[in-house]
Write a protein that binds this ligand. Structure first.
Ligand SMILES: NC(=O)c1ccc[n+]([C@@H]2O[C@H](COP(=O)([O-])OP(=O)(O)OC[C@H]3O[C@@H](n4cnc5c(N)ncnc54)[C@H](OP(=O)(O)O)[C@@H]3O)[C@@H](O)[C@H]2O)c1
Length: 358
C-alpha cells in the first residue's frame, strides 16, 4: 500500500537543500538549509532519489557520540546531518571508476545532493574514503551499485539486513533456542523474529500495542503485561528499546532465565546508551552493532563469506518486507521535516516505511 504527502520542491540543481536535526533542542526539532554542495578535490556529487526515515535514524542522533554517526556529515554547531539509508545517482563523477549515471544505495544525509570521496573496489562496490568517515565501520562506507531504480525497500531495510546477517548466525551458532525482543513492534524486531523463527528459534516480543493480527513465530506481550511473561532458561534478551527501566523490569521478571542481554537499539532511549552492567545479580549486557560485528566476521571468514551471508539475508528480508510493510511516500524535504517529529516520538505506524523523495 502507498500513501503520498506533497510539498514544493527546489528547482535549483546547483544548490542542495539539507534537512538538519538539532543537537541542543529536542531531536524532533529540524531545519532545512541551502548548501552549495561544491565538490572538493577528488569528490563526486550524487543526487539523492529517495531515503528512508525510521527510529534507527533517531538512534543515530540520540547516541551520536557513542555510535560515531554525529561526525559523518559535517554540520554547524548545534545541528547534525542525521544519516539515513537511501538511493542516489552520481551526477558529477571522478575518473573512469565513478562515472556519472552510476546508481548506488547506502548511507547519506537527508539532502537533495551530497559530495563524497568515492572510489571503486574490485568487487564492484564503491567505497567512501574521506577521513571524517574513517572512524565508522565499513558498512557505513560501502555503496552497492544497482542497475535500475529500486522499490525502496532494499535501502529501507539495509540496517536490518546488516544486523540480521551477523546476529542470526551468531545466535543459531551459539545454540540459542529462545529470544525475548523489546520494541518487537519495530521493523527490526519483526524482521528478526521472522528470520530467527525460520531457524527454529522461538521468539517472545514486548511492544506497546499488540496488533490484532500477530506474526507467525512471535508471541507478543504489551509492556504492561510483562508480569505474565515467562521464558525458558538460556533465553537471550535482544534489547531494541534501550530503556534502563524496562531492562530492570525484565531482569526482575525473567532475570534467572536470561543468559545475557544484547544491547541492539534505542527506540526508547532518552539519554546516552545505558552502561553494560545492570547490577551484580543481573545477566551481562553486551553492546552489539551490525557494522563492527560484520567487520569482525569479514576478518575471520573473508569478504566473500560476508557477501554471501548478506545476499541470502537480503533475499529473505525483502520477501518479508514486500509482504508485510506499508510504504508511505513523502515528496520533498519539507514533508520529511513535518513527519520527523512523529518518528522521534515513535508515533509512526508499526510496519510503516516512510520513503522521502528529497
Ligand atoms: N544494533 C544494530 O546494528 C541495529 C541495526 C538495526 C536496527 N537497530 C535498532 O533497532 C531499533 C528499531 O529500528 P527500526 O528501523 O526497526 O525502527 P522502526 O521500525 O521505526 O521502530 C518503530 C517502533 O519503535 C518503538 N518506538 C520508536 N520510537 C519510540 C518512542 N519515542 N517511544 C516509544 N517507542 C518507540 C515502537 O515499537 P514498540 O511499541 O514495539 O516499542 C515503534 O513501533 C532502533 O533503535 C535501531 O537503532 C540496531
Amino acid at each position: 500500500m502507498t500513501m503520498t504527502s506533497r510539498s514544493s520542491r527546489p528547482a535549483d540543481r546547483s544548490c542542495s537543500r539539507v534537512l538538519e536535526v538539532s543537537t541542543t533542542d529536542d531531536p524532533g526539532t529540524s531545519r532545512i538549509i541551502e548548501d552549495p554542495a561544491v565538490p572538493g578535490r577528488g569528490e563526486s556529487v550524487l543526487r539523492l532519489h529517495q531515503f528512508a526515515m525510521t527510529s534507527n535514524n533517531v538512534s543515530y542522533v540520540r547516541a551520536r557520540e557513542q555510535l560515531g554517526h554525529g561526525r559523518a556529515f559535517p554540520a554547524a554547531p548545534g545541528w547534525m546531518r542525521a544519516p539515513v539509508w537511501g538511493e542516489a545517482t552520481v551526477v558529477d563523477g571522478v575518473g573512469d571508476g565513478v562515472p556519472a549515471g552510476t546508481r548506488v544505495i547506502g548511507y547519506f544525509p537527508m539532502a537533495g545532493s551530497v559530495a563524497m570521496s568515492l572510489e571503486p573496489r574490485t568487487d564492484g562496490t564503491l567505497v567512501e574514503t574521506s577521513a571524517r568517515r574513517a572512524h565508522l565501520a565499513p558498512v557505513y562506507q560501502h555503496y552497492r551499485v544497482v542497475d535500475a531504480p529500486t522499490d525502496g525497500l532494499e535501502f529501507a531495510t539495509l540496517h536490518i539486513e546488516a544486523l540480521a546477517s551477523a546476529l542470526v548466525p551468531d545466535l543459531v551458532g551459539a545454540g540459542v533456542d529462545h529470544v525475548l525482543i523489546s520494541s518487537a513492534g519495530s521493523k527490526t524486531g519483526q524482521a528478526l523474529a521472522f528470520l530467527l523463527s525460520r531457524e527454529g528459534v522461538a521468539c517472545t516480543g514486548l511492544t506497546r500495542d499488540r496488533p490484532a493480527v500477530g506474526q507467525d513465530g512471535l508471541t507478543l506481550f504489551e509492556y504492561q503485561e510483562l508480569s505474565s511473561v515467562a521464558v525458558p532458561p538460556g533465553t537471550v534478551f535482544l534489547d531494541l528499546a534501550g530503556d534502563p527501566q524496562l531492562r530492570a523490569r525484565v531482569v526482575a521478571q525473567c532475570g534467572g532465565a536470561v543468559a545475557y542481554m544484547l544491547a541492539l537499539g534505542g527506540t526508547r532511549l532518552t539519554g546516552s546508551i545505558p552502561p553494560q552492567q545492570t547490577g551484580p545479580a543481573a545477566p551481562p549486557v553486551r553492546r552489539y552493532s551490525a557494522g563492527p560485528r560484520l567487520a569482525e566476521v569479514e576478518r575471520e571468514r573473508g569478504a566473500e563469506a560476508v557477501r554471501l551471508l548478506r545476499d541470502r539475508t537480503r533475499q529473505r528480508l525483502l520477501a518479508w518486507a514486500r509482504e508485510q510493510l506499508v510504504v508511505r511516500r513523502l515528496d520533498g524535504l519539507a514533508a520529511a521535516a513535518a513527519v520527523w517529529p512523529t518518528i522521534v516520538r515513535g508515533g509512526h505506524g508499526a510496519g510503516e516505511v516512510c520513503l522521502v523523495a528529497p
